[in-house]
Design a protein around this ligand. Structure first.
Ligand SMILES: *Cc1c(COP(=O)(O)O)cnc(C)c1O
Length: 429
């Protein structure tokens, strides 16, 4: 029995499903999980001594690669001064200065401990500002696991056995309206049906939790216009896209300015960090300056801030990182598209994130994403894992390329994909 198998057997008796976050369970690819022991650069190693090229990157945070020496040093140095104060500290100001300096739509920010918290809190601020109860999200977009956002929420919910979550009250879900991604007419329809009741529209400006799905021309601009007209706030959930698609995120890339934004993942460099922010008139409503309550014992934790600040500063001061990331992304995703072009697959990508969907029709929303053949993905996942390539253990996730990846890793990955497709027909039982 492998060490992974032994750990999983014990974990299942101690932790629900043996994991602390569902997609780690490998259920969506009909396998048992691999337990990881260490990671360095573009590589991750399991407890049985296997090493893989890693395209999960902790689901995005490790944009510079694992165990980056500067970040590690910054973190160790901060830890030497104490792990948590529960009091105001300089790192929080430095982080806020960095975020507001890099993302023009951010007048003010509040740090929290996860993307879930950030999205939930941004919606509370939007409700406080508008005095309205309803919010609108898009099918297949994930904004964390708070009650009102677990409606058609993509990601782990898309792959797992639970389409929606038990334990969410009808009341909580009933304030959530669901529109179609890239479908402005569905947005207009909901605004007509719920005139004057919608506090905010929250969207992943590039969707990355039903696999990577790009906004069609005019979609984000249309949302901006409709929200302005209706007096609703537009919230960009940039937990994946923030500092991934560039220093000012998807909003900078597409030139569309949201009222509020949500961040996570990259801004913590692997530590548990989230942030929400935006217009001053909205953010000033957050406690203690305003009546919208939101708090956190470990928010703005000094060790986490040090790691995040180090990563963001590195990204800011080394513009070649995005050039390199985008070139690597192009090499990987155009390579995959070529290899899979006659195999009934579709590749969506932007910069250093992308997805290989096992469906031949264009993937532009939830309905077209879920047409993908998850059994074929499971076989593909297994074949690449065997060849030392670790990708998301689920079809409806992104591949994340890091700055530590190089041509050698991309070539090896494409070779592995090529050998899978060359034998796929023969392999199927
Ligand atoms: C990961 C993710 C979240 C949730 O962040 P957690 O830190 O896992 O709570 C929210 N929104 C998007 C777009 C995400 O990808």
């Amino acid at each position: 029995m492998t060490r992974s198998a032994a750990l999983f057997a014990e974990a299942k008796t101690l932790i629900p499903g043996g994991v602390n976050s569902p997609v780690r369970s490998f259920r969506a690819v009909n396998r048992e999980p691999v337990f990881m022991a260490s990671a360095n650069g573009a590589y991750i190693s399991d407890v049985d001594g296997n090493t893989y090229i890693d395209y999960v990157g902790s689901w995005g945070p490790m944009i510079l690669g694992h165990n980056h020496p500067e970040i590690r040093e910054a973190l160790i140095s901060a830890a030497g001064k104490g792990l948590s104060f529960g009091a105001a500290a300089e790192g929080e100001v430095a982080m806020a200065r960095l975020l507001t300096g890099l993302v023009p739509s951010l007048d003010m920010v509040r740090m929290v401990n996860s993307g879930t918290e950030a999205a939930m809190s941004a919606l509370r601020a939007a409700r406080g500002f508008t005095g309205r109860d309803k919010i609108m999200k898009f099918a297949g977009c994930y904004h964390g696991h708070s009650d009102g956002l677990l409606v058609k929420a993509g990601s782990g919910l898309l792959s797992g056995s639970a389409p929606d979550s038990a334990g969410v009250s009808k009341a909580a879900a009933s304030d959530t309206l669901v529109a179609g991604y890239n479908d402005l007419s569905s947005v207009e329809r909901l605004f007509t049906q719920h005139q004057g009741q919608i506090a905010a529209v929250i969207v992943e400006p590039v969707a990355a939790n039903m696999g990577v799905v790009l906004p069609e021309a005019g979609f984000l601009e249309g949302l901006r216009e409709i929200c302005r007209r209706e007096g609703s706030l537009l919230i960009f959930d940039e937990v994946i896209t923030g500092f991934r698609l560039g220093l000012s995120g998807a909003q900078g890339l597409y030139g569309v300015t949201p009222d509020l934004s949500v961040f996570g993942k990259i801004i913590g460099a692997g530590m548990p960090v989230g942030a929400y922010g935006g217009r001053r008139d909205v953010m000033e409503l957050v406690s203690p300056s305003g009546p919208v309550y939101q708090a956190g014992t470990l928010s703005g934790n000094p060790v986490a801030m040090a790691a995040g600040i180090c990563q963001l500063t590195y990204l800011r001061d080394n513009p070649q990182v995005y050039t390199a990331l985008n070139a690597l992304g192009t090499a990987l995703f155009t390579g995959l598209a070529e290899i899979a072009q006659n195999a009934g697959c579709t590749v969506n990508s932007i910069g250093s994130i992308g997805s290989l969907f096992f469906t031949d029709a264009p993937v532009k929303d939830y309905a077209s994403a879920v047409r993908a053949d998850t059994k074929r993905y499971a076989a593909y996942f297994a074949a690449l894992l065997e060849q030392g390539v670790y990708q998301a253990p689920a079809q409806f996730e992104a591949l994340f390329v890091s700055y530590a990846h190089g041509e050698a890793e991309i070539t090896k990955t494409l070779d592995a994909a090529r050998s899978f497709f060359a034998t796929e027909g023969r392999r199927t039982a």
